[in-house]
Design a protein around this ligand. Sequence first.
Ligand SMILES: NC(=O)c1ccc[n+]([C@@H]2O[C@H](COP(=O)([O-])OP(=O)(O)OC[C@H]3O[C@@H](n4cnc5c(N)ncnc54)[C@H](O)[C@@H]3O)[C@@H](O)[C@H]2O)c1
Length: 125
Amino acid sequence: MKTVREILDQKGRDVHTIDASETVLQAIRMLADKGIGALVVQNDGKTVGLFSERDYTCKVVLTGKRSESTPVGDIMSQKLLVVHPDTSIQDCMVLMTERRGRHLPVVENDRLVGLVSIGDIVKDI
Ligand SMILES: NC(=O)c1ccc[n+]([C@@H]2O[C@H](COP(=O)([O-])OP(=O)(O)OC[C@H]3O[C@@H](n4cnc5c(N)ncnc54)[C@H](O)[C@@H]3O)[C@@H](O)[C@H]2O)c1
């Protein structure tokens, strides 16, 4: 069974992150610049959450919060779904389906070593 490690071997291990104190405006600029849908949120280099396009639409646009002054840390999703490089693609699909997440940060020995998205998995299969 194929694992996350093999997807990262092809995709690369760089992860786009943002500090929890940065503004939502800076975060959505990063999403647009990089052409991606989510950022891992960190505080003092420690992973504390995930900021996604859905967080933006539901928790900023719909609630009338100001992107220029709202810190990413205030609206990020704190329930983090993470996987290990040895996690199977099958288990990633189960996690994404049952927990409704499209981005899975990859953690090994407490270190962030990559990120796989639903598109990476669809591409693979
Ligand atoms: N052809 C390909 O190689 C490929 C790979 C992935 C996605 N896609 C397509 O792109 C579209 C959107 O993809 P998606 O829904 O998976 O999400 P997405 O737009 O967030 O992801 C696009 C790519 O960026 C990477 N990525 C996203 N956030 C990242 C981050 N913070 N750090 C590092 N890498 C990050 C993902 O792993 C994925 O490879 C879909 O239509 C999908 O099919 C194509």
